[in-house]
Each structure stands twice: as structure tokens, then as C-alpha cells.
Write a protein of this length. Structure first.
Length: 425
């Protein structure tokens, strides 16, 4: 019951900020609270939503974070520049506070059996809190016994303070505001949070094989952030070549599954506060996935894991979807003659222990198909003969080879084309 009371007290006068003077109920603004100086939580206004015909602000309550972020959500609104509501679990409006209430106004916050807990507006003053020229309500706490009719003002804490611009300035004996972020500026102490790391694009699309896609990864916080690792998702993940570009510095990544590959390693790529890096992805491995049709787009998600460098060690991740051109079918209609030279990506890829390589040639020529390791050493010759114009396929068996990256190269007359494949045992 004590927990329920604290939660209700928290919601009762947390933030009353959607009109001209209030600041927190605006998308992107946040306030940070502290409990006995060693536990912190941030309440962030994330977006506007429409529920039951009324417009609410969705707010994330990050509490607490040490190794990862956990959050709950609330939905709050201000009506007619004065009445503050929050949405109950039953999707009902609950009036918590009205900024037109004057000194002496009593209101109840929660109940515990026959005891009602309430507050009275004891005084109102203009003060410089974290924001200048703020209106602060001094709320005197009391209890009311509905059985006896007794009122008791001798409760601890005796007073709470409510800011018109920020919300509740304190709660209980040891909970208090440490800072706020309003319109991109920090006032007081506000730790960074995941929403301050943003992609310049909502998603990435690779239009064709060999296409290069780019987006910026921006650190809008006041603290440096460390990019620890990058992951692909899905049962059959794709492979990528990637550059992380900062100014004239290029950091190359050959990404397959995750980078770094060992879970105890870290990428250690630092993004300074209020700075960004360019993510450039190319040579996407458009291998077909057995559960997808050949003419469907490939779909994947790249997940980036970060750690803020603000003296508190906690990590979080951000993800961006990536999609692109579907893999051509590995079943070719031989009655249709090709009109261009194409070397297809091997399928499956990654593979173990064998894979198929297909290609099409619009003219007849002497053709060779060879496989090389990363050092350029030839490990297999699959084709070495004259072939007429047409569609062809060869099988590469790699039972005796070790896991790793290999390259297959097709020579047909003056045409030379090379592609990468991965043997994964």
C-alpha cells in the first residue's frame, strides 16, 4: 500500500506543462529526479498521442539505469491552460491539479483504508528554479480520517514544492529534481539518455546490388558516447562492408553477425558530444533467404550498442532497419536467353559445406570460374571451358577448407567479375 501511495503522490503533481508557461510537456523535454543522491531517473516527453479523442503527451520514465535502461510510460495532458490530467490504467482522465487553484485549496491525492492523504496550497511564490521567473506552489501535506473526521497536518514531510514550469520539485523526504532539459538546453544535472542518439534517416534502402547507403549517427547530448559494437539480426543475417567516417578518418568494418566478433571485445569508437559520424554501408551481401521469395526485398536490422561516457557506466542500443533489392532466382528459365553478363551471389551464403554459384552470359566465350582465399591463393577451379551464351550454375564444395571469407571470380572473354562468400563451419 505504501508503494501505491507513493506512486499516486508522484502522479498527483508531477508535471503540469503543456501551455505557454509550462516547459516539460513538450516533445524532447525532460526532467531528472534523484533519490538520496545515489539513484536517478529521467522522465522524457517523447510524443503526442490521441486517446479517446483527447491529445496526450507520452512520457518515458527511465528508472533506474546501471547496466541497461528500463522504462515505464505515462500519458499526461493540460486542458485549457490550467487543468492537469493523467490517464489511468482504465483509460480514464484523472484530474490531479488546477493551476487556477488559489491559496487554501485542499485536494486529495490517494487513500489508505479510512485515511485520505491530501495537500493544501499553503502559499504561491515567484522564484528562479532551474528556469527563471517560475511559479512555485508550496503544498502542505495532511491526512483526513473519514471515520472520525479528524484532520492531521503533522505528517512527514510537512511540505512539497510544485513548479509551474518543471513539475514536482520534490517528493517525500529524499526525492528531488536535479535538473531539466528544455528545448535542447540543460539546466542543472541531467544525465544523457538513448533518445539523444539519433539517426539522420529512419531507415536505409539499398536500391541495387553494389549500391552504397549513408546516414549520420548524431550525438545530441552534452556527453561523449562510445560505440561498443554493431549487430545484424535475423536467423540468416547478411554481410556488410561498412565505413565509420569522422572527418577525414575512415574506420573499416567487415560486418557479419556482429562486430567485434568476440563478446568480450568492444569497438571503442568515440562520438564526441554534439557531433556525428557518417555511416557508409556498401557491398551488401544480398543472399537469398529460404523463407523469402526471390522477388521479395531483403530485410535486416542493424543494432548499434553504445555506452555514455559521463562517469556512469550504462549501455543501451539503437536500431535502424535496412532493406533492398531482392535476390534473383536460382532457378533459371533456359529458354530465355540473357541479354547481359551477370554473376549472381552464391546461395546459400554463408554456407557449409557447399554452395551454388550461378551466372548468365549473353555471348559464347571461353570461361573460367575459380575460388581464392583472402590471400589471393587459388583453392579451386570450378569451370575452365568454352560455353555458349546461356545461364549456368556450378557447385563449390568446401569440406576440406577452414571457415572464413573466400572470393569467386568468373572470366568470360574480356569480362572479369569477382564476388565474396563466407564459409561458416
Amino acid at each position: 500500500m505504501k508503494t501505491i501511495i507513493l506512486v499516486l503522490l508522484y502522479f498527483s503533481v508531477l508535471v503540469f506543462t503543456s501551455y505557454t508557461q509550462t516547459q516539460i510537456l513538450k516533445v524532447g523535454n525532460a526532467v531528472q529526479y534523484s533519490y538520496e543522491s545515489n539513484s536517478y531517473w529521467i522522465i522524457l516527453t517523447t510524443k503526442k498521442v490521441n486517446i479517446n479523442g483527447k491529445e496526450y503527451f507520452e512520457r518515458k520514465n527511465y528508472s533506474p539505469w546501471t547496466n541497461q535502461f528500463n522504462f515505464t510510460k505515462s500519458y499526461e495532458r493540460i486542458e485549457e491552460d490550467s487543468s492537469y490530467y493523467f490517464l489511468t490504467e482504465n483509460d480514464q482522465d484523472s484530474l490531479i491539479f488546477n493551476f487556477n487553484w488559489g491559496i487554501g485549496k485542499k485536494f486529495f491525492t490517494c487513500s489508505n483504508g479510512n485515511i485520505l492523504n491530501g495537500q493544501r496550497i499553503d502559499s504561491i511564490k515567484i522564484a528562479d528554479t532551474f528556469l527563471n521567473n517560475d511559479t512555485v506552489y508550496i503544498l502542505k501535506n495532511f491526512t483526513y480520517n473519514i471515520t472520525t473526521g479528524d484532520t492531521d497536518f503533522n505528517v512527514i514531510p510537512e511540505y512539497n514544492y510544485l513548479s509551474k514550469k518543471i513539475g514536482r520539485l520534490d517528493e517525500g523526504l529524499w526525492n528531488y529534481v536535479t535538473g531539466t532539459k528544455v528545448n535542447g538546453s540543460r539546466y542543472g544535472e541531467v544525465y544523457p539518455y538513448p533518445e539523444e542518439i539519433v539517426f539522420s534517416e529512419d531507415s536505409l534502402y539499398s536500391e541495387f546490388i553494389g549500391d552504397t547507403v549513408n546516414c549520420f549517427l548524431k550525438n545530441t547530448s552534452d556527453y561523449d558516447v562510445m560505440l561498443d559494437s554493431i549487430y545484424t539480426s535475423g536467423l540468416f543475417p547478411y554481410g556488410y562492408l561498412m565505413y565509420l567516417i569522422k572527418g577525414n578518418n575512415y574506420f573499416f568494418i567487415n560486418l557479419f553477425n556482429n562486430y567485434p566478433s568476440h563478446p568480450l571485445d568492444t569497438l571503442n569508437f568515440r562520438i564526441p558530444a554534439h557531433d556525428s559520424i557518417l555511416i557508409q554501408i556498401y557491398d551488401i551481401d544480398l543472399c537469398a533467404i529460404c523463407k523469402k521469395q526471390p522477388n521479395e526485398y531483403f530485410e535486416d536490422t542493424l543494432r548499434f550498442v553504445f555506452t555514455f561516457m559521463d562517469g556512469n557506466i550504462y549501455s543501451f542500443s539503437k536500431s535502424i532497419p535496412i532493406s533492398g533489392e531482392g535476390h534473383p532466382s536460382d532457378i533459371v528459365d533456359n529458354e530465355v536467353m540473357p541479354n547481359e553478363f551477370v554473376l549472381h551471389q552464391n546461395y546459400p551464403n554463408p554456407f557449409n559445406p557447399s554452395t551454388k554459384i550461378s551466372w548468365q552470359s549473353p555471348v559464347g566465350s571461353w570461361q573460367t570460374l575459380k575460388v581464392f582465399d583472402v590471400l589471393g591463393t587459388e583453392v579451386a577451379t570450378l569451370v575452365n571451358e568454352y560455353k555458349d551464351a546461356g545461364n549456368y550454375e556450378a557447385e563449390f564444395k568446401a569440406e576440406k577448407l577452414s571457415s572464413g571469407v573466400y572470393y569467386y571470380q568468373l572470366r568470360a572473354g574480356d569480362v572479369v567479375e569477382t564476388k565474396k562468400m563466407i564459409l561458416l563451419k
